[in-house]
Design a protein around this ligand. Structure first.
Ligand SMILES: C[S@@+](CC[C@H](N)C(=O)[O-])C[C@H]1O[C@@H](n2cnc3c(N)ncnc32)[C@H](O)[C@@H]1O
Length: 257
C-alpha cells in the first residue's frame, strides 16, 4: 500500500488526541526495549524515546514512504526499521501500537502472537479505530463494489462488508485475560471531529481508509473512484458541516513478572 505522509498529517491534531490518551495508559517504568508497531511517520516513537530516555526504542513499519519521514526524527536511543508487524522479532518491555493493528486480521491470534514478544513485567498498549460501522465506511465498500474489476475483487473487509477485525473493549479484555495478562484496561472513547461537508470527509478518509483502494488503482481509475465515493458521501452528508464521532478502542495490559 502506498501511504502519503502529508495526507495523513492533514488531520494531525485530531489524530494526536487518542495517542496522548494511549501514552497516558503506560506506567513510568525503567523499560529497556520498546517497539512501536506500525509507527508511521514516527512522532509517537520519538515521544516514547524522549519519555523513556534509558530505553532503546524501535519503530517498525512496512511503508517505505512513512519510514522515510520517520527517519527525520533523531535521538540516540531511537531507530526505525522496515518490517511487517507479523514478522516481529525480539523481546520487548513495552509493545506499543497506535492506529495500526486494524490493518491486520484475527486480533485474538495477533495478540497471542505479540504476547510472546512481551517480556515478563512488560506492558502492551494499543489503540485501534472502531468506527467501521460509520456511513463513510459503508459508502466506501459500496463504491468498491462498482470497481470490482479494477480492484481485482479487493474489498477492505472481505465479502461481508463492515466486518472488521477490531473487537469490543470487553472482547480485548477477555482475550488478554486468557493470555494471563494483569492490570487490564480496555476502553472505548469517542473523539469528535468536525469536517467541512462531504469533501472534508473524503479528505479525512484519503489519509487512511482510502489508501488500500487508491493503491490498487491507476491514476485515472483512482480519480473516478474518488469522484464516485464523493457522490455517495454528498448524498448522505449534504450539509457544509459534518460531525464525525470517531470511536476508538484503547487497551493496555501487563504481563506478570
Ligand atoms: C494510520 S497509520 C498510523 C501511524 C502511527 N502509528 C500514528 O499513529 O500516527 C498506520 C500505519 O500502519 C502501517 N502498517 C499497516 N499494516 C502494517 C503491517 N502489517 N506491518 C507494518 N506496518 C503496517 C502503515 O504503513 C501505516 O504507517
Amino acid at each position: 500500500m502506498t501511504w502519503n505522509p502529508d495526507q495523513y498529517h492533514q488531520f494531525r491534531a485530531a489524530r494526536s488526541a487518542p495517542a496522548r490518551d494511549l501514552q497516558a495508559m503506560i506506567p513510568d517504568r525503567p523499560f529497556c526495549e520498546i517497539v512501536d508497531l506500525g509507527c508511521g511517520t514516527g512522532e509517537q516513537t520519538a515521544q516514547l524515546a524522549a519519555r523513556f530516555a534509558a530505553a532503546r526504542v524501535l519503530g517498525l513499519d512496512s511503508s517505505a514512504e512513512m519510514l522515510a519521514r520517520a527517519r527525520e526524527h533523531n535521538a540516540p536511543n531511537l531507530r526505525f526499521a522496515a518490517s511487517d508487524i507479523l514478522e516481529l522479532e525480539g523481546d520487548f518491555d513495552l509493545i506499543y501500537s497506535n492506529a495500526a493493528l486494524q490493518w491486520l486480521p484475527d486480533h485474538p491470534a495477533l495478540l497471542a502472537r505479540l504476547w510472546k514478544h512481551l517480556r515478563p513485567g512488560g506492558v502492551l498498549a494499543v489503540q485501534v479505530p472502531a468506527n467501521h460501522d460509520h456511513a463513510s465506511h459503508r459508502l466506501l465498500s459500496e463504491t468498491a463494489d462498482g470497481f470490482r474489476t479494477e480492484l481485482g475483487g479487493y474489498t477492505r473487509f472481505g465479502p461481508a462488508h463492515g466486518s472488521s477485525p477490531v473487537l469490543t473493549p470487553a472482547a480485548y479484555a477477555e482475550t488478554l485475560d486468557a493470555l494471563g495478562a494483569a492490570e487490564i484496561t480496555a476502553i472505548s472513547k469517542v473523539y469528535p471531529v468536525v469536517l467541512n461537508g462531504a469533501a472534508g470527509l473524503l479528505d479525512w478518509t484519503r489519509g487512511t481508509a482510502l489508501v488500500p483502494y487508491l493503491s490498487r488503482l491507476g491514476e485515472e481509475d483512482g480519480r473516478r473512484f474518488r469522484a464516485a465515493y464523493l457522490e455517495r458521501l454528498t448524498a448522505a452528508f449534504p450539509g457544509g458541516r459534518v460531525f464525525y464521532g470517531f470511536t476508538r478502542v484503547l487497551f493496555a495490559a501487563h504481563r506478570p513478572a
